[in-house]
Design a protein around this ligand. Structure first.
Ligand SMILES: [Zn+2]
Length: 461
């Protein structure tokens, strides 16, 4: 099944393992409609106090629930029986260990191949910490850590059930898509005399597009809507201890209230360097959710572009280059410096003290799903910064394109070469393994192009 793309391996000096293209399974019976769609949803709201993810400043577990968290599965089957399952969830994201365990559980339960499975996480910062081993960056004790592990194991089992339930629910459907816009995503890389800090940068780029996939049934009734927004779910800051899905959770609730009987699914885009604006209050999160939900409902009511099959899915594990470790003196000073650099610097010093070398690359998944000639879904792992949107548009064309970040695995930030050059929070490193080299950008963009060709995205006009 595995094939090496030799040209890529040689020219980029990276090992790129093509995990595979989805293959034809059982042919769907002829319904006259181009697709079958299956849906499943589970309430994944933690049932006991649990540490909330995303802010190191928190010092205690959650206190109550403002809004429930959900995980949702969308199974897609074309008329030839090619399948894919997308699972989205109101949590911070899965690191490699958890993502691989969830994918394995789904493959065992459903027989799907890895490239037929796509994960996306809303990256809510008022959702639980996720982890099977001690999560770095939180000051929780052993008991609280056990709560996180138990929750995570339960969530992995729910992922497998969700995939199976969505497949069991496959029914004839039509797909159509369009794009709207919202105005609350704000570039957060604020330039100051002393460097880039986390703040607001109104002149900075943010992807404010709102891609929308409309799913209708045999009777042309709206059944579900999948929508995106390229912005951190961080309206609620580290002072908040109450569970919610932030703006994305409120947007889904808004849509489902306006469109009774319809399931809303959220997929986050390349918002690694975008925060909601304004932020800090529950009211702000509700406002952003309402703005996004209103725009999704407006787009759904427009004349959208039909999306036909076949579905082709591809996934590659690419070796993204890391910077060589700085010399010892520099590392020591970084270890005493700002917290976004110190954790990684300390880990690198420990590695060197053991007489080992820090890794030279980080292996990250990148996926592309192609829907006929009508739509390409690019799914990049990590907290992808917004610069990747124009970079990918330039590489494979602007049209019929949906670009998602936070897909399949979240290892930390994926900065562009420009962000690495400028510095700032998003250069903080891959977990605590090392810092991305500027060349990582090229590997990502070229991999997206190769995979797009592989799945048959029509070439640039
Ligand atoms: Zn983040």
């Amino acid at each position: 099944m595995a094939t090496f793309l030799r040209g890529v391996t040689m020219s980029l000096a990276v090992a790129m393992l093509l995990v595979g293209l989805s293959s034809c399974c059982v042919a769907a019976e002829d319904s006259g409609l181009p697709w079958k769609i299956g849906l499943a949803r589970k309430d994944i709201t933690p049932q006991q106090p649990i540490w909330l993810a995303g802010y190191a400043s928190r010092n205690k577990p959650s206190e109550g629930v403002l809004a429930p968290l959900y995980a949702t599965a969308l199974a897609i089957e074309d008329s030839q029986g090619n399948r894919g399952v997308l699972i989205t969830a109101d949590v911070i994201g899965f690191r490699k260990e958890v993502a691989e365990a969830a994918a394995r559980a789904i493959m065992e339960k459903t027989g799907l191949a890895r490239e037929q499975i796509l994960f996306n996480w809303s990256h809510t910062h008022t959702g639980p910490v996720i982890g099977l081993s001690r999560p770095a960056g939180y000051s929780m004790g052993e008991e609280d850590q056990k709560v996180v592990e138990t929750y995570t194991r339960g969530l992995i089992a729910q992922y497998a059930d969700l995939a199976a339930e969505a497949i069991a629910d496959l029914k004839p459907a039509r797909l159509a898509w369009g794009v709207g816009v919202v105005h609350f995503p704000m570039n957060r890389r604020e330039f100051t005399e002393t460097g880039v800090r986390l703040g607001v940068n109104p002149r900075g780029y943010a992807d404010r597009s709102v891609p929308v996939l409309k799913i209708t049934d045999e009777k042309d009734q709206l059944r579900a809507v999948l929508f995106g927004c390229a912005c951190h779910n961080t309206t609620l800051t580290g002072q908040h201890y109450v569970i919610s899905g932030d703006y994305a959770g409120f947007a889904k609730a808004f849509i489902e209230e306006k469109l009774p009987g319809v399931m809303a699914l959220f997929m986050i885009g390349c918002g690694g360097d975008a925060n909601p604006y304004p932020r800090g209050e529950i009211e702000h999160a509700k406002q952003h959710g309402q703005e996004l939900g209103t725009e999704v409902c407006r787009v759904v009511g427009e004349k959208l572009s039909p999306v036909s099959g076949p579905l082709k899915t591809a996934l590659a594990e690419v070796e993204l280059p890391l910077l060589p470790p700085p010399d010892r003196e520099k590392l020591e000073s970084m270890a005493k410096g700002p917290s976004h650099l110190s954790e990684t610097a300390k880990r690198m010093i420990e590695t060197l003290q053991r007489g080992e070398s820090p890794p030279s690359h980080y292996k990250a998944p990148i996926a592309v799903w192609q829907f006929g000639n009508d739509l390409t879904l690019v799914a990049i792992s990590g907290e992808v910064v917004s610069d990747f949107v124009p970079l990918i548009e330039n590489e494979i064309g602007h049209v019929r394109l949906w670009i998602a970040g936070y897909c399949n695995e979240v290892f930390g930030y994926l900065p562009s070469a420009k962000v690495i050059r400028e510095g700032g929070y998003e250069t903080r490193g891959v977990g605590t393994l090392g810092f991305f080299a500027p060349e990582a950008e090229k590997v990502v963009v070229e991999t997206v192009r190769k995979l797009s060709e592989q799945v048959g995205r029509p070439p640039l006009p």
